[in-house]
Design a protein around this ligand. Structure first.
Ligand code: PEP
Ligand code: MN
Length: 280
């Protein structure tokens, strides 16, 4: 029998996403296991060229990343901004995975792309702007790929969990939640990274929760501190953007770490996680 899912009863522990005991789900993509240890995802905001992506993929692998990110369908505010390389970009990501062994996550924007895109990526990302695209949620719910579901920029935890519920209800239990900041009146940062969502979600759901301090702040200088804070709050992973020439990036250069900044960050978050495990 399907549970009856209203906002109220998701929060009151009735949905498939709800936490009913101390068990937390592990979502696996190859050797990468979300919900066990700390998963570090890094890569360019956008796949721009084969050379750029392979260079960055090698650099983040050497710096300690477990998974590669890279957008090929970009949800840009302006229709004139770089929209992504599409299929060409997916072929580049596949090559990067073959060379580095890193599994790949990339955003799917359109229901029509879910099934064929699954041949190229290991995890399907549903972005903030599509969090409540119910057709897309149902489609990725029919897929057998793990789904990285980002928080909508205007969404409550209850709305977000209901969106995850759409995916689970279709039979795909492999959902990873990603806090990436919400819109508030503050405009120094691109968004306001809601780190209280991490312990709150650990109470409410068995699903793994990761944090994106890049979109969450929009400022490279704030990313190290907010990554460490995310780990301290109990996140199962972080996802950051890396570019070897941030000033020339076709998207999100202001929030892209250099490979050297990334390596330092990966070392620190790993050390903090190990320290925290020692506290338990
Ligand atoms: C991205 O990951 O590049 C992206 C567009 O993220 P969000 O959907 O969180 O804005
Ligand atoms: Mn981006």
């Amino acid at each position: 029998m399907n549970p009856v899912n209203t906002n109220a009863n998701i929060i009151n522990n009735i949905g498939l996403v709800s936490r009913t005991d101390s068990t937390r789900s592990v979502v696996a993509s190859g050797d990468v296991r979300f919900g066990e240890g700390l998963v570090v995802i890094a890569g360019p905001c956008s796949v721009e060229s084969e050379e750029q992506t392979l260079r960055i993929a090698r650099a983040v692998k050497a710096g300690g990343a477990h998974m590669l990110r890279g957008g090929v369908f970009k949800p840009r505010t302006s229709p004139y901004a770089f929209q992504g390389l599409g299929l060409k970009g997916l072929k580049i990501l596949k090559k990067a995975r073959e060379e580095t062994g890193l599994p790949v996550v990339s955003e799917v924007l359109d229901t029509r792309d879910v099934s064929w895109m699954s041949e190229y990526v290991d995890v399907l990302q549903v972005g903030a702007r599509n969090m409540q695209n119910f057709s897309l949620l149902k489609e990725v719910g029919k897929s057998r790929k793990p789904v990285l579901l980002k928080r909508g920029m205007y969404s409550t935890l209850s709305e977000w969990l209901n969106c995850a519920e759409y995916i689970l209800k279709e039979g795909n239990l492999q959902v990873i939640l990603c806090e990436r900041g919400i819109r508030t009146f503050e405009n120094y940062t691109r968004n306001t990274l809601d780190l209280s969502a991490v312990p709150a979600l650990r109470e409410l759901t068995h699903l793994p929760v990761i944090v994106d301090p890049a979109h969450g702040t929009g400022r490279v200088g704030l990313i190290p501190a907010m990554s460490l804070a995310a780990v301290a709050a109990g996140a199962d992973g972080i996802i950051v953007e890396v570019h070897d020439n941030p000033a020339a990036a076709l998207s999100d250069g202001d929030q892209s770490l250099t490979p050297a900044q990334f390596s330092e960050l990966a070392r620190k978050v790993t050390a903090l996680r190990a320290f925290m495990e020692g506290l338990q």
